[in-house]
Design a binder for this molecule. Sequence first.
Ligand SMILES: O=C(O)c1ccccc1NCC(=O)[C@H](O)[C@H](O)COP(=O)(O)O
Length: 263
Amino acid sequence: MPTVLDDIISGVREDLDVRQRALPFSAVQQLATDAPAARDARAALTAPGAVKVIAEVKRKSPSKGELATIPDPAELAAAYAAGGASVISVLTEERRFGGSLADLDAVRAAVDVPVLRKDFMVSEYQLWEARAHGADVILLIVAALDDPQLRDLHQLAGELGMTALVEAHDEAETDRAVDLGAQVIGINARNLKTLEVDRAVFARLAPRVPETAVRVAESGVRGRDDVADYVASGADAVLVGEALVTGGDPREAVGVLRGGATA
Ligand SMILES: O=C(O)c1ccccc1NCC(=O)[C@H](O)[C@H](O)COP(=O)(O)O
């Protein structure tokens, strides 16, 4: 029985085939080579001060359906940055999340902070493509990749000057991320089989991540109390989508999650 993740990835591969036919590997490599250097996301996430917020541009999701229309992702990203977001996450998967590489371009042009291409990365082409569109960070979901794929994509991200956010959901995946030498590890509280969110997963898995790595708590943040709980369990950063796109003034909302700290 295919999981939600399997279904998403099968659509991602079909869309990727279309893009690869339109823009060959050598062309996307050239665009990536010509792009301005990637910004240092690890530095942004380890700077002194309040908990770091990775603020997400998220229109819809498999778990919640439509969340927000977001007609101007650049404006939203600029508001997030003004509120003190350390990194902007842009979902570029189209079928299930309503995102696009055009969103990534728009956000990249609008902010100075590092930008994460949040997608289901299964091939080197997508990493070159991310860099060509100005991404500084890419997501590697451990559950979607075997160890050789994970190692190769993690290494390529580094060669392209990008930071990899390596995402785990359970003990075995967390240990694989640690063994990989990942410097930024996300623990996602959303179970990719059931889509249910269990924030306690972070507290259970975070101790397996060495303190030298940045620990990112992903999903399920509804407000400042959830951020405080994640921080108490060892989070250096939180990745937040739904609460920010549905929560009114995005600049203020990021500031509230940071504990009222000014940008
Ligand atoms: O959000 C989903 O429904 C989802 C389903 C399947 C795979 C990934 C999914 N979300 C990606 C994310 O990791 C979240 O967008 C991100 O952590 C923010 O979560 P939230 O603050 O709960 O919107």
